[in-house]
Design a binder for this molecule. Structure first.
Ligand code: VG1
Ligand code: CO
Length: 545
C-alpha cells in the first residue's frame, strides 16, 4: 500500500457536540486538524475491510475535506466508499444510503444550520450502520482516541480523474473502491414509496401553489427533482435552489428569523398555499401556511395525528418521541392514539434506539427537525412531503388543519429565546447557579407563577439502559407552563443559552393569541428564576423563534 504515516498530537477541543464536531473553517482547515480528527474516528471504529458512505452539504471546504478523507480511508484499509457526486449528499440521504447499501457507517461533512464560507463553520459527523448519528458510547470512544492520538495515515494524491468527484462510476485507489453515486436518485425513490405522489400531483395540477426555499443549501437539487419534476410544481416554486459554498451569505436555519424572506412571502399578498424551507444539510424543515406559521412542536403533533393518511404510515404509528425542550403537543396526540410517548435529550442520536426497536415511528425536535423510521436522521423534505400528502387527502388549508388540531387537543403556545455570543464562563455560571438552587425552587413564586417542579434532566434509554445526565433544566409552573434552559452544543463562538418556553391552553380556551403575549408570564418568571438579566447583563434574547 502506498501511504505515509504522519506524526500528530491531541488537539484541544476535538470533541463532538450535539451533532458532530463543528469549528470555524479556519480551524478545520489548519494543516493536520481534519486529518487528526478523522484518524481518531478511524481508530475508534476499526475501519479495515469496511464500507462507508461519504458526502456533505457542499459548503466551503467540502471538496477538500472529501479528498482528504478518501485518501485516509484508503490508507486505513477501508474496502469501499460510496460517495455522493460532487461530494454532495444531504444528511437524510446519507442515512438512507447507509441503510440501503448495508454499509458499516458514514461520514457527513456539514455544520448544518451554521453559516458557511471561508469565515463560516465546518463540521464532521460519523454515523453508524443503522444510518443514525453515533450514540454517546461511540462518540466517547472517539474522544478517547482523539486524546491519545500520535499519528495519522494518508495515501498519495488521488488520480486526476477522481479529483473533481464529478463523474458517476467506480474507481480504485490503493485497493479501495470508490463508487460515485447520484445524490438524489435513491432518496427520491424512497419518498415515492412513502407518499401518495399521485394525490399530491393532482392537488398541484388543480391549482395548489407552493414555495420551497432551499436557502442555497443542499436541498435545492432534491427539491427540484421531487417537487418540480416529479410532483409538477411550477418551475420556480423552489427558490434559492443552487447550492453555494457560502449559502449566498445567508444563515441556512429555517426559522422565521433566518428564513424571513419566505416568512414574509407567506404573509404577503402573493402568498402561495404552502411554504417550506430546509437547512444547510437538509435535515430540518420549516412549514408555513398562508398567513400562518406552524411551530415545529405543533408540526410534529399534527404529523403524528395525521400520518395514517400517507401510504407509508397507513397502518398507524407505534409511538412518538420528542426531545425534552420540544412542547408536549405530541404527547397529547400519543395519549389519544393510545401509543407510547418518549421524552429524550436534545440531539437526534437519542432517537436511534427507539427507532431501531420499533417503539417510536415519528420523532421531532423544537428546532425544526422531524423524521420517522424511514431513515435514522431528521428529514426536511420528508416532513414537507408528509404535510403535502395530508393536505392532499384532507383538502383543507394549513390554517384549517392547525386550528382543528388545537380545537381537538388544545394548544401548546411555544417559543424559543436564544441568547447568543455569551461569555462562556458567564453562561456556565448561570447554569451552575440555577442547578444549585433547583431543590429550593418548588413552592416559590416568580412573576406571579408558582414553580411546582424543578429538575436537571437526565435520561435513561429504555432500550439499552444508557444514561445521559445534565441535559438541561426543566422548570414546571402551575397552570400548564414549562420552561427549559440549556446551553447549545453546536456553536463555534462563545456560548448560546437557549430558553424554551411553553404554555398550554385547553381546547375551550383562547387558541388564537399572539404567541409571545401568551408566553409573557413564563418569560418573566423564567428570567427572574434564572437571573438572566443579572448574570448575563442581557435584557432580551437575540433570536426569538
Ligand atoms: C441544535 C438543536 C438540536 C439539533 C441540533 C442539530 O443543537 O437545538 O435540536 O438536534 O442543533 O441539528 P444545540 O445543541 O445547538 O441546541 V442540525 O440540523 O445541526 O444537524
Ligand atoms: Co441540519
Amino acid at each position: 500500500k502506498d501511504f505515509k504515516t504522519h506524526r500528530t498530537a491531541p488537539i484541544e477541543g476535538q470533541k463532538p457536540g450535539t451533532s458532530g464536531l463543528r469549528k470555524k473553517v479556519a480551524v478545520f482547515s489548519e494543516p493536520g486538524y481534519l486529518e487528526t480528527y478523522t484518524q481518531a474516528i478511524f481508530n475508534a471504529i476499526d475501519p479495515a475491510g469496511k464500507t462507508y458512505v461519504l458526502g456533505g452539504d457542499g459548503r466551503f471546504f467540502n471538496s477538500e475535506a472529501i479528498v482528504t478523507i478518501l485518501r485516509m480511508a484508503a490508507a486505513n484499509g477501508v474496502t469501499k466508499i460510496i460517495l455522493g457526486q460532487n461530494g454532495i449528499l444531504s444528511t437524510p440521504a446519507v442515512s438512507h444510503l447507509i441503510r440501503k447499501r448495508g454499509a458499516d457507517g458514514g461520514f457527513i461533512l456539514s455544520a448544518s444550520h451554521n453559516p458557511g464560507g471561508p469565515n463560516g463553520d465546518f463540521g464532521l459527523k460519523y454515523n453508524t450502520a443503522n444510518g443514525g448519528p453515533a450514540p454517546e458510547s461511540i462518540t466517547d470512544k472517539i474522544v478517547a482516541c482523539a486524546e491519545t492520538i500520535s499519528e495519522y495515515r494518508i495515501s498519495g494524491d488521488l488520480p486526476e480523474t477522481l479529483k473533481t468527484l464529478s463523474d458517476l462510476g467506480s474507481y480504485t485507489v490503493d485497493d479501495m473502491e470508490i463508487e460515485v453515486v447520484d445524490p438524489v436518485d435513491d432518496y427520491a425513490a424512497l419518498m415515492e414509496d412513502l407518499f401518495d405522489f399521485d394525490a399530491i400531483r393532482k392537488m398541484i395540477s388543480s391549482g395548489f401553489t407552493l414555495r420551497f426555499d432551499a436557502m442555497h443549501a443542499v436541498t435545492g437539487p432534491y427539491a427540484i427533482e421531487i417537487l418540480e419534476r416529479r410532483l409538477g410544481a411550477t418551475t420556480g416554486s423552489v427558490v434559492n435552489a443552487i447550492p453555494l459554498l457560502d449559502f449566498g451569505g445567508g444563515h441556512p436555519d429555517p426559522n422565521p428569523v433566518w428564513a424571513k424572506d419566505l416568512f414574509d412571502h407567506m404573509h404577503g399578498p402573493d402568498a402561495p398555499d404552502f411554504g417550506a424551507a430546509s437547512d444547510g444539510d437538509g435535515d430540518r424543515n420549516m412549514i408555513v401556511g398562508k398567513d400562518i406559521y406552524v411551530a415545529p412542536s405543533d408540526s410534529l403533533a399534527v404529523l403524528a395525528a395525521n400520518a395514517h393518511l400517507a401510504p407509508g404510515y397507513a397502518h398507524g404509528i407505534a409511538g412518538v418521541a420528542r426531545s425534552m425542550p420540544t412542547s408536549a403537543a405530541s404527547d397529547r396526540v400519543a395519549e389519544k392514539l393510545g401509543i407510547e410517548a418518549f421524552q429524550t435529550p436534545t440531539g437526534w442520536k437519542f432517537f436511534g434506539t427507539l427507532l431501531d426497536a420499533g417503539r417510536a415511528t415519528l420523532c421531532g425536535e423544537e428546532s425544526a427537525g422531524t423524521g420517522s423510521d424511514h431513515v435514522r436522521e431528521k428529514d426536511g423534505l420528508w416532513a414537507v412531503l408528509l404535510w403535502l400528502n395530508i393536505l392532499a387527502v384532507r383538502g383543507e388549508s394549513v390554517a384549517d388543519i392547525l386550528l382543528d388540531h388545537w380545537q381537538t387537543y388544545g394548544r401548546d403556545y411555544y417559543s424559543r429565546h436564544d441568547y447568543e455570543g455569551l461569555d462562556t464562563d458567564a453562561a456556565n455560571a448561570l447554569m451552575a447557579e440555577l442547578k444549585d438552587k433547583l431543590p429550593t425552587l418548588p413552592g416559590q413564586t416568580a412573576a406571579g407563577l408558582n414553580v411546582i417542579a424543578a429538575e436537571d434532566f437526565a435520561y435513561t434509554d429504555p432500550i439499552d439502559g444508557s444514561v445521559a445526565t445534565g441535559q438541561g433544566v426543566i422548570l414546571t409552573y402551575a397552570g400548564g407552563a414549562r420552561a427549559m434552559l440549556r446551553l447549545s452544543g453546536t456553536g463555534t463562538e462563545g456560548a448560546t443559552l437557549r430558553v424554551y418556553l411553553e404554555q398550554y391552553t385547553a381546547p375551550d380556551g383562547n387558541l388564537i393569541r399572539d404567541t409571545q403575549e401568551a408566553l409573557s408570564n413564563v418569560v418573566a418568571a423564567t428570567s427572574q428564576v434564572a437571573g438572566i438579566q443579572k448574570l448575563l447583563g442581557r435584557t432580551g434574547p437575540d433570536v426569538v423563534s
